[in-house]
Design a protein around this ligand. Structure first.
Ligand SMILES: [Zn+2]
Length: 165
């Protein structure tokens, strides 16, 4: 996808994530939800811009489109205490490139130069690129909601069964 697509994906995803993580069930909770949305949107959008820096430095869809870079961004906050949420922007960039466009990314670069792609997506210049971007974002939010709401429930269930209560 192009920069416009990645920004659209990052902003929509962040707004959705803000609601999933801090859902406002009554009017008085709305400021807290909006605060969470802003806290997530800025770093996620910046993170979504990072991979395509390799159009200027390195080899596009390889140098900054790989799992080692993503792992680095996941680990960074634990060691340095900042850049939380930036990894989500990097991850969603990879997902959009793989699921939304026709060309893949070199996930295991620099070990392998092979580009991996999903059999979905349209050419970056297609007039359907925006709708595909919105659809991919919707699937991402569904997965995020399933993780946030279902996994704790599932963990509780497994824990209960293990303890026999
Ligand atoms: Zn890219």
């Amino acid at each position: 996808m192009n920069k416009k697509g990645h920004v659209l994906n990052a902003v929509l995803l962040s707004i959705g994530l803000g609601y999933i993580l801090e859902p406002a069930t009554e009017l008085s909770a709305v400021p807290e939800t909006l605060w969470t949305m802003v806290a997530i949107t800025v770093p996620v959008t910046l993170g979504a811009m990072v991979p395509d820096i390799d159009t200027a430095f390195g080899t596009h869809r390889k140098t900054l489109h790989n799992l080692p870079l993503l792992i680095g961004f996941v680990a960074f906050p634990f060691y340095f205490g900042n850049l939380e949420y930036v990894w989500i922007g990097v991850l969603t960039h990879y997902v959009l490139d793989m699921a939304g466009s026709r060309r893949g990314i070199a996930l295991f670069y620099p070990l392998l130069s092979t580009e991996y792609d999903l059999p979905t997506g349209v050419p970056v210049s297609s007039r359907y690129a925006t709708i595909v971007t919105v659809l991919v974002t919707g699937v991402e939010l569904a997965v995020a909601a399933a993780i946030v709401f279902d996994v704790p429930q599932w963990g509780l269930e497994v824990g209960r069964q293990t303890l026999g209560i």
